[in-house]
Design a protein around this ligand. Structure first.
Ligand code: NI
Length: 259
């Protein structure tokens, strides 16, 4: 039986409130053995931790202030992350980063918050989950400043160019999270994947968003992970088994999962 890990899923989102048990059992039926749930902000924190405590082993929580939640009260939000980050159940600091797509109003603050959370991750020896959207140069500017910290992590929802991938690798052991976008008709991602070894790839859904073909337009969920693995296998000319095995191993190693 294939084993997959969905390394980025928001199962605590309100979209799953009515049928979370079904969603989890469907994921299990498809071979998904574990899910990483990144944090967003104080408001969503309680729901995330509740689900993490109800499904230990299957769900693993991360904590972080998401760039789109950086607003006028960012200092309070950031303190909250700092105050509870030492909780041993966290497998990563994330998701953190910079998002220039939704709004650039707090773009300077986003850089500050990103850097502080990278430093926090380094002090706790935790990997990071990076959200980068229309902010590649801003992200790299921060990573240039924290290069000496030896941080590891994943660039979630990677859809960049081969050059961007190369630059990411220059910062150390950073993997790329590949999700439903790879199945989209005009995606350039399959071409980029040709130059990325499977050892540097993690599978992720970003559920409830970024649903892969043929379910695009509907709610996404972890049971769709094999569709992403199949597309990667097709792109790289290898078997789905190989994609499942290697990406699962990558996730276990990066997040130090006890599975
Ligand atoms: Ni996310």
């Amino acid at each position: 039986m294939k084993r997959y890990i969905d390394t980025h899923t928001h199962l605590y989102d309100a979209d799953f409130a009515d049928d979370i048990e079904d969603v989890i059992s469907r994921a299990g039926n498809e071979g998904v053995i574990s899910c990483i749930m990144p944090g967003i902000d104080m408001e969503s924190h309680r729901g995330l931790m509740k689900l993490a405590s109800e499904k230990p082993g299957f769900t693993h929580p991360a904590t972080g202030l998401h760039p789109t939640s950086v607003n006028a009260s960012w200092e309070r939000e950031l303190s909250f992350v700092y105050d509870n980050a030492a909780d041993k159940s966290y497998v990563a600091i994330g998701e953190i980063g910079i998002d220039g797509y939704w709004s650039r109003e707090f773009i300077e603050e986003q850089s500050v918050v990103f850097q502080k959370q990278l430093e926090l991750a380094a002090s706790l020896s935790l990997p990071v989950i990076i959200h980068s959207r229309e902010a590649t140069e801003e992200i790299f500017a921060v990573l240039d400043k924290t290069r000496h910290l030896g941080i590891q992590g994943v660039f979630h929802a990677f859809s960049g160019s081969p050059e961007t991938y190369k630059r990411i690798r220059s910062y150390g052991n950073f993997l790329v999270g590949i999700g439903g976008v790879v199945t989209y008709k005009n995606s350039k991602l399959p071409a980029t994947l040709a130059g990325i070894p499977i050892e540097h790839i993690l599978l992720e859904t970003d559920a409830p968003w970024l649903t892969p073909v043929p379910y695009r337009g509907k709610r996404n969920e972890p049971s769709h992970i094999p569709l992403i693995a199949a597309k990667i296998a097709e792109t790289k000319g290898c078997s789905i088994d190989e994609v499942a095995e290697i990406t699962t191993e990558n996730a276990i190693k990066l997040f130090r999962l006890k599975i």
